[in-house]
Design a protein. Sequence first.
Length: 297
Amino acid sequence: MIHTLIYHAREAAGYINWLYFFHAWDFPARFASIAQVHACTSCRQGWILRFPSEERPQATEAARLYDEAMAMLREWDRAGLQTRFRVSLQAANSQGDDILLHESGLRLPFLRQQHTRADEPCLCLSDFVRPLSQGVPDRIGLFLSTAERRMETWGDGDDYHRLLAQTLADRLAEATAEMGHQEVRRRLWGYAPDEAFSPEELFQEKYQGRRPAVGYPSLPDQSLNFLLDRVLDFSSLDVSLTENGAMQPHASTSGLILAHPATRHFAVGPISEEQLLDYARRRGEDPEWLRKFLPTR
């Protein structure tokens, strides 16, 4: 079953992880705490004075950047701009390093870590889904989260505001994925109906399961978006794919939702030529075409 959730900019803004917003602007993580400070002059000044004197000019700049981001969010809200989250929840099982989607008949191939140390497990995302051999279906989610295209072009004609719009839209797409994932756990899938975490606790991933995104270390192959598109129909959220599987608008994220309590993030890392050939066989693609998407040795 496919569900589409739509949020106003002001709703998604409450789930922005400002740490990554400031990271995109090359600010140290400690300056992201401005998001927790009251907007009055006294509170702002007190926050700036917490820093050593040599860091106060940068703290002042961080506060100014945050204020401009909040002003842009208010503009987007007045303009009625939205973010969207689409998820398909399907019966599934693992088979080796693949996950089989029973409703769509799709096979999703994944990559396995290749450590040299015997005491380290070599993980694959399929490890967190019940094997087909057990004869009992499991369940996974496929998701797409995106910010409305107009957000990315809000600052046209002004390089600074265009960059501000881009980084803010990126954060809203991630915030929407956070909100949508929470709704999946509580209601749509419903395996954690009583969950009650604050946004800060969500950023710390205190919930059960994980949301590995395409292009991230455990799911490095961007071309998997072509397979996800077959199920989710990216165009229904006005998202298109380039010939290399990159999403447009850029302020979009896609991936899997896994519920197993042991699911965790990991990095696949460089793979051998043997695994590249095996992966290409399972994908039904030319190894040379796939090579550009993968970390090979």
